[in-house]
Design a protein around this ligand. Structure first.
Ligand code: PLP
Length: 500
């Protein structure tokens, strides 16, 4: 019996809330529980966790005797080599944003030089403190801090998610409002969801406008007494379109509420796009209503993974981010971010990236990326059956009105492309990076996409393999609890030490 289909048919007739409750009640019955277990296993078998193809020794405990350094590096190199082509040839959406050999060598060397440093120990590593302060200052200056009148301050964090979580914490603790709420567009990154869950903030997600941008009037109506912050993205992850930040931030300012721009993706692209003459609406601290902003050095800042910057208008707001403890037996303690010990080496490599790129380097990289973005957007729109969502620059989301877009994604996966599946509505996106600016990549993408669409069209529905059926289920299955359960089981699988 296909339980998914059956429950889909039964539960699909109920309103979503009721379906959820019904599913939870029914899933608790032992017999149904066992059937569900089998069904989850079947679904997971269809989308197995990826495995290395090369033979690797499995370590499930610390080896009794130390291994030779050369053997360790050989094992790591073997795995890295197997994975290298997938990202270096430009077949992944996002993931590796620079990837040039010389640039990577610089990041690695910077890391190596500072691998022991920890900004928690300011007395031992004043260099780590200097590097963090300068990464923040350089990033702020790029994003509208004029260096004179207004004070834009911030901290280095471990990534965009931490930057967003910390900003939300700062608003929560500054306002002290009971049962606080954040008002965000539906396209806002899921890190806001994570912040809401971790911090006990209610999330008010507002439907998008027809152009996939935040709907300013609807957002304004969602702001209430308990609102601690309003947010928008420049651009948003799913559709790569930039919210009307000027109007949103002004709306928040008029109501005396803080506004966060999520520029995790665009912070290191849009300033240079503007310089190149692209029509970029303001999104940064030049807007008086923008009171905080997140921007990822580890995406288009071209640093190694593990750093981002969160910025604030004024020191007062940033103070609410800090953690201090005055009565711990371990001594007086403070830490600016979520981590205790912090990797000074990652900040050193981010600092190195900013210096090695320079304004002209970032401008040239942006020029190349936006040119490929324009080419792909036009090319995708020109393939019969495909439709680009909204007005994107370099993160291009597309869907289809007559073929199953997840089938198209599956056929692209077979051709070696790693794209991002989206839903509500069903779509796929590609985030263009410097990897895609190599000669021939854009043409290969468009040729493969044309073939993939033709193949999906001739296969019709029901021939799904790979991620397609999982996405199909996730998009339509009424009981979201079951979809969540499937994801949790998937994560469990990733942590199993696997013998081949
Ligand atoms: C990537 C991204 C984030 C989250 O950043 P991580 O570094 O993955 O934690 C947040 N917002 C947007 C728009 C992003 O693209």
């Amino acid at each position: 019996m296909n339980l998914t289909r059956l429950s889909e048919q039964l539960l699909g007739r109920l309103p979503p809330r009721l379906a959820e409750t019904a599913h939870r009640r029914v899933a608790r019955l032992p017999k149904v529980g066992r059937l569900l277990d089998a069904e989850y296993d079947r679904m997971l078998d269809q989308a197995p966790a990826p495995q290395l193809t090369s033979e690797q020794t499995v370590y499930s405990r610390i080896p009794a005797e130390p291994l030779d350094h050369a053997a360790i590096i050989a094992a790591l190199t073997g795995m890295a080599m197997e994975e290298h082509d997938a990202w270096s040839t430009g077949q992944t959406s996002g993931a590796v944003y620079h990837g040039g050999a010389e640039h990577l060598a610089l990041l690695n060397e910077a890391y190596g030089v500072h691998s022991q440093s920890n900004p928690l120990h300011v007395d031992v590593w004043p260099s780590a403190v200097k590097l963090e302060a300068e990464v923040v200052a350089m990033t702020a200056r790029m994003l509208g801090a004029d260096g004179a009148t207004d004070e834009i301050v911030g901290t280095v964090t471990s990534g965009g998610s931490e930057s967003i979580i910390l900003a939300m914490k700062s608003y929560r603790d500054r306002t002290g409002i009971r049962r606080p709420e954040m008002v965000i567009p539906d396209s806002a990154h899921v890190a806001f969801d994570k912040a809401a869950q971790y911090l006990g903030i209610k999330q008010v997600r507002v439907p998008l406008g027809f152009d996939y941008r935040a709907d300013v009037d609807a957002m304004a109506r969602a702001v209430g007494r308990r609102t601690i912050v309003v947010a928008g993205s420049a651009p948003g992850f799913p559709h790569g379109v930039i919210d009307p930040i000027a109007d949103l931030s002004e709306m928040a300012r008029e109501r005396g509420v803080g506004f966060h721009t999520d520029a995790c993706l665009g912070g290191f692209v849009l300033p240079w796009a503007e310089r190149l003459g692209y029509a970029v609406e303001p999104f940064d601290f030049r807007l008086p209503g923008v009171t905080s902003l997140s921007v990822d050095t580890h995406k288009y800042g071209y640093a190694a993974k593990g750093t981002s910057v969160v910025l604030y208008r004024g020191r007062e707001l940033r103070r609410h981010q800090y953690f201090v403890a005055t009565d711990w037996p371990g001594g007086l303690y403070y830490s600016p971010t979520m981590a205790g010990s912090r990797p000074g080496a990652l900040t050193a490599s981010a600092w190195a990236s900013l210096l090695a790129m320079g304004e002209s380097g970032y401008t040239e990289a942006t020029r190349a990326i936006l040119e490929v973005g324009t080419e792909l957007r036009g090319g995708i729109a020109g393939i019969p059956g495909l439709r680009v969502l909204g007005e994107p620059l370099w993160i291009i989301a597309f869907t289809s009105d007559d073929v199953d877009i997840y089938e198209v994604m599956a056929r692209m996966t077979e051709r070696g492309w790693s794209l991002n599946g989206l839903h509500h509505p069903p779509a796929v996106h590609i985030a263009v990076t410097l990897r895609h600016t190599q000669p021939g990549v854009a043409d290969r993408f468009l040729a493969d996409l044309r073939d993939a669409v033709a193949q999906a069209r001739s296969a019709g529905s029901g021939a799904s393999t790979g991620a397609a059926p999982v996405y199909g289920m996730a998009a339509t299955f009424p009981a979201r609890g079951a979809v969540g359960e499937l994801l949790r089981r998937y994560v469990d699988k990733l942590y199993e030490v696997r013998r081949r």
